[in-house]
Write a protein that binds this ligand. Structure first.
Ligand SMILES: [Zn+2]
Length: 109
């Protein structure tokens, strides 16, 4: 499929969404992911969507989780959908939060 055909197909799919905020957002995300793909900057793990489906509820933490397919932020681009720009690494934030010593609270007399 040529780039023009890819873009046309994405536009046609986006144009037939049922009105509603969630559907309009999904249509916008489809167009954005298609644009990233055509520009050659789409994240290879989530194909430009910024989210991916994980095999359990543990998602990107990789820990213990219930058996359920769960959509969550992509653990490669961290939500940007681009391979050349990454969002905030949530794993790093989580680890820093866990390792951070508990702050001492002032005791009130
Ligand atoms: Zn990604």
């Amino acid at each position: 499929m040529s780039p023009d055909d890819q873009w046309r197909t994405a536009c046609e799919r986006a144009a037939v969404v049922v009105p509603g905020p969630d559907n309009l957002i999904a249509a916008g995300e489809l167009l954005r992911a298609t644009a990233y793909s055509l520009a050659g900057v789409a994240c290879p793990r989530c194909n430009g969507f910024g989210v991916k489906t994980y095999g359990s509820t543990a998602v990107w933490t990789g820990g213990v989780g219930a058996q359920s397919l769960t959509e969550a932020v992509c653990d490669k681009c961290w939500g940007t959908g681009r391979k050349d720009k990454t969002g905030v690494n949530q794993m790093r934030v989580l680890l820093e939060t866990i390792r951070k010593p508990a702050s001492k609270t002032k005791e009130t007399p």
